[in-house]
Design a binder for this molecule. Structure first.
Ligand SMILES: *Cc1c(COP(=O)(O)O)cnc(C)c1O
Length: 457
């Protein structure tokens, strides 16, 4: 193995950390008190973490991953066939559902699932405003109207206590999103859905292998949707999947993703004719070959992410102004596509979040502020003013200012201003790496006043 690969392997397997783990922290200053290290990097001190410290994403292991991929390439069978079937079976078995069907990406997984759940014009779908834009675009693509349910800032998820107040006679479905890879409160979602006879389609794009009461998320509702985009925990570049236990629904999804041809008809065959409307969003054999390679690592990576996240939280919660995520009590495992905490500037001498982010990045810890509020973005108004929507909805239904007012989410607005994220690859590092993150933030906390003076004169 090359040195970098070897380092990656050691880090992944947790071996690198064994020798290097520091003794219990006990609130002690871990840094040697040399002058240079005391000064924040943003003020000209030495950065705390080496720039190449973090595991690069996606991970690709040439030695073990390329055999199947090369076989596929050399076979010339590139359109969906046996390897895609194999991947779908593997993913359905992993989640514990009867069926899985792949598509070109997570956005299309959601779009197809909503479509084949027979949701369409006139229907309202309840959704969190704290999500990736694709969740909302998939709703609009089916000419449905997204209704926003404000978040619980502690968990970063849709606040299920606020769902029922948002239900109208047009509400047909809930689209819970397990955002950041932290499970949404599906126990409550399913109870409310049952009571009001609503369809549930889970956006589990960020949450493969996350669990509630040992049941994998994505398998609670009618359907669960996953993404295999490059940044996601199963990285294929692009790709997505729908899982479900409803055979009829999955047969329809299959037909829809294959030009309306009956389920079971081999791709490329058109002899029997289409029996329903459809589109063409099929996965390819080489995507499936990459996916099967990624699946071999997912379980151990998920375990490491969970361990590192818990360790990081146990340290970060001791820094005033750093509030790590909270998981619902029924959560038996998270996926940690991202590691989030809330930043409270008042505990950092008023140092703004954007300047905190700059300071932390300067220390060598990659971080971001995450999502901006979705429910006020221009694309919603564009939908409401489109000719298509005008043909499908009445004037009063398309009153955008009323919609805006009714869909205010003040807690989400605040969350979008307080959140700080680490991407999942940081959590694949060693325990020592988590200590480096903690120490970097501790250093900024200690020197917040001088950083603020310099950056916010
Ligand atoms: C990534 C993502 C999607 C869309 O998946 P793509 O594969 O990028 O199309 C949908 N919802 C959420 C929450 C996501 O993170």
């Amino acid at each position: 193995m090359k040195t970098t690969q070897r380092r990656q392997f050691l880090k992944q397997s947790g071996l690198l950390s064994a020798a290097a783990v520091l003794p219990a922290l006990q609130g002690k200053r871990l840094l040697p008190q040399t002058h240079k290290q005391h000064i924040p990097a943003i003020l000209g001190g030495k950065s705390h973490v080496k720039i190449d410290n973090w595991i690069k994403w996606p991970i690709w292991d040439s030695e073990n991953d390329e055999k199947l991929l090369l076989e596929v390439m050399r076979s010339g069978v590139w359109s969906r066939a046996q390897v895609v079937n194999q991947f779908e079976k593997a993913w359905a078995d992993t989640i514990g559902t009867k069926r899985c069907m792949t598509v070109v990406n997570g956005t299309q997984a959601l779009t197809v699932a909503i479509n084949q759940a027979k949701l369409g014009p006139g229907d309202e779908i309840l959704v969190t405003p704290y999500t990736f834009i694709a969740s909302i675009q998939a709703i609009l693509a089916n000419s449905c109207i997204p209704i926003f349910v404000d978040v619980d800032p502690e968990t970063f998820q849709m606040d299920t206590k606020k769902i029922e107040a948002r239900i109208s006679r047009r509400t047909k479905a809930i689209l819970p999103v397990h955002i950041l890879g932290l499970p949404c409160d599906m126990v409550q979602v399913m109870e409310i859905a049952k009571k009001h006879q609503l369809i549930v389609i889970e956006d589990a794009c960020q949450a493969p292998l996350a669990e509630i009461n040992h049941q994998k998320v994505g398998s609670f509702g009618l359907a669960g949707c996953f993404s295999f985009q490059n940044s996601k925990n199963i990285a294929i570049g692009e790709g997505g999947a729908i899982i479900s236990n409803d055979e009829g629904f999955m047969d329809r999804c299959y037909s829809y993703h294959n030009l309306g041809l009956p389920f079971g008809i081999a791709t490329g065959s058109i002899s029997s004719g289409s029996f329903m409307r459809g589109t063409k969003v099929r996965f390819t054999e080489y995507q499936a070959a990459i996916g099967l390679a990624q699946l071999t690592r997912l379980e151990s990576q998920t375990q490491v992410r969970n361990e590192r996240a818990a360790y990081l939280s146990s340290m970060l919660k001791n820094i005033p102004g750093v509030v790590p995520y909270r998981l619902y009590p029924e959560v038996t495992r998270a996926a940690f596509h991202l590691y989030p905490f809330r930043y409270q500037a008042n505990e950092f001498k008023g140092l703004s979040r954007s300047n905190f982010l700059k300071a932390l990045q300067a220390e060598g810890v990659p971080c971001s502020g995450g999502y901006t509020a979705l429910n006020t973005q221009v694309f919603l108004q564009e939908a409401f003013e489109s000719t298509a929507f005008k043909k499908l909805y009445s004037r009063s239904e398309l009153n955008y200012s009323t919609y805006l007012m009714e869909n205010q989410c003040p807690l989400n607005n605040q969350l979008c201003e307080e959140a700080i994220w680490f991407t999942q690859n940081l959590l694949l590092g060693s325990k020592e790496d988590m200590e480096l993150i903690f120490q970097s933030i501790q250093k900024i906390h200690r020197e917040a006043e001088s950083i603020k003076k310099k950056l916010q004169p």
